[in-house]
Design a protein around this ligand. Structure first.
Ligand SMILES: *Cc1c(COP(=O)(O)O)cnc(C)c1O
Length: 442
């Protein structure tokens, strides 16, 4: 089939190509081949359209990325204007206006004290960069024994080997154990556990890495109020760095621009990706304090350079999309308008989802929502069945195992929010009665 071109709308031909040649991420290919794939051909606002012209509500922001909706005129225009100037140039040895302007904007909105912006391309690399910066920083500061990291149980920081090393979701991470470095794992929400680890190993610790307030990939695990502040205080007490991975929580997802703000915390390093470009382009940033950055200053012969950089780092199209995304936050007062929507989401969940017998717990912070279903056999793939039932009703969601995740774009309207929650409730009811029947038959 190599070289074959297919008319954009020919779903059957696309299906054949997909089945013959694609390998999808986080996907059991055998199961994939047994279900008809859905090809998203275009999108507008919170609606995705497939190759057969069917419309679907984007209930998970295209995997937690889309912020102001698809095809936002302001962001579209910024990317189009940039493509007429230059699509790509390098950050190695050169700079470009968008990279500098975006850095200034990010420092302006980030927690006070974060002053430097190092670009990469995705959340995993943003975490890798933070880990390597923390590690090398200590070597320059004359504490080379600080080589270890503390992460949280059920943490997720990406899929490259460094970020997997500080990941603690057994299903995703245990396969690769022989390839990984060995972090100390703290019980999230339990400051005394972290204190015990730091008291025992404080001198060896380069940094504590945490997803602030919400551990997304774990299934929207929520930290108790005050925990992040306690983690910051413990890092200060034991003289180690704090890395906040805001890849999922950043850009309004928890109700404020960054989750750290809610506990008045400035991390030493902060990772951004997913929503950074409004969901338009792969771009990530690792923000650092002057203290961390300045540890790398030196004469050339001292080799204190941070030897790390990705080819497409700080791509100009992506920077243009990110700047426009921040402009839209201001122009549309997105965060001010979010509060009522969050309350609406909470009320809808309470009304339609909470009463369902198949729902064990609803965990939510801002728009980040995890609906944990009561236990079903793995082979029932209940979360997946909910997804398929929702799709038949015109809503796209993607579960984490048997946790149904909702994370709509911040631009979602009230009627769309209502559609999202009611369809989710109907789909849970349908899928769980079907899998209950399956269990009985077995
Ligand atoms: C998604 C995610 C990542 C990984 O980002 P990618 O762009 O998929 O590499 C890292 N950290 C957190 C908290 C995430 O949710």
């Amino acid at each position: 089939m190599a070289g074959t071109t297919v008319p954009a709308m020919d779903t059957a031909a696309l299906t054949a190509l997909d089945r013959a040649h694609l390998w999808h991420p986080f996907t059991q290919q055998k199961g994939w081949a047994e279900e008809p794939p859905l090809f998203v051909e275009r999108a507008e606002g919170c609606t995705l359209y497939d190759t057969d012209g069917r419309a679907y509500l984007d209930g998970v922001s295209s995997l937690w990325c889309t912020v102001h909706g698809h095809g936002h005129p302001r962001i579209d225009a910024a990317v189009k204007a940039q493509i007429d100037r230059v699509a790509h140039t390098t950050m190695l040895g050169l700079s470009h206006p968008g990279a500098a302007q975006l850095a200034g904007r990010l420092v302006e909105i980030a927690p006070e004290g974060l002053e430097r912006v190092f670009y990469s391309d995705n959340g995993s690399t943003a975490a890798e960069v933070a880990l390597k910066m923390a590690f090398q920083h200590w070597s320059h500061r004359g504490e080379p024994q600080r080589t270890r990291f503390v992460c949280m149980r059920m943490s997720y920081h990406g899929d490259t080997l460094g970020s997997v090393s500080v990941g603690a979701i057994p299903l995703f991470h245990s396969t690769f154990a022989p390839l990984l470095f060995d972090p100390l794992v703290a019980e999230p929400g339990d400051a005394e556990d972290l204190r015990r680890i730091l008291a025992e190993h404080g001198e060896e610790i380069a940094a504590v890495i945490i997803e602030p307030l919400v551990q997304g990939a774990a299934g929207m695990l929520l930290h108790p109020d005050g925990y992040l502040r306690a983690v910051r205080a413990l890092c200060d007490e034991f003289g180690t760095l704090l890395i906040c991975d805001e890849v999922a929580t950043g850009f309004g997802r928890t109700g404020t621009m960054f989750a750290c703000e809610q506990e008045d915390v400035t991390p030493d390093l902060m990772c951004l990706a997913k929503g950074l470009t409004g969901g338009y382009m792969p771009l990530a940033a690792t923000l650092a304090t002057a203290e961390v950055h300045d540890a790398f200053l030196g004469e050339f012969h001292e080799f204190k350079t941070f030897f790390h950089g990705h080819t497409y780092t700080g791509n100009p199209l992506a920077c243009a999309a990110a700047i426009a995304t921040l402009d839209v936050f201001e122009e549309e007062a997105t965060l001010d308008r979010l509060g009522p929507k969050i309350r609406r989401l909470a009320a809808l969940l309470e009304e339609h989802v909470a009463p369902l017998g198949a729902v064990k717990e609803i965990r939510r912070r801002g728009f980040m929502t995890g609906i944990e279903l009561v236990e079903h056999p793995v082979e029932a793939r209940t979360g997946h069945q909910v997804t398929l039932a929702a799709r038949r009703r015109g809503v796209i969601i993607r579960p984490l195992g048997d946790v149904v995740v909702l994370m709509p774009p911040l631009s979602i309207s009230d009627p769309e929010l209502e559609q999202l929650v009611t369809v989710t409730a109907q789909s849970i009811a349908e899928a769980t009665s079907a899998s209950a029947a399956l269990a009985l038959a077995a």
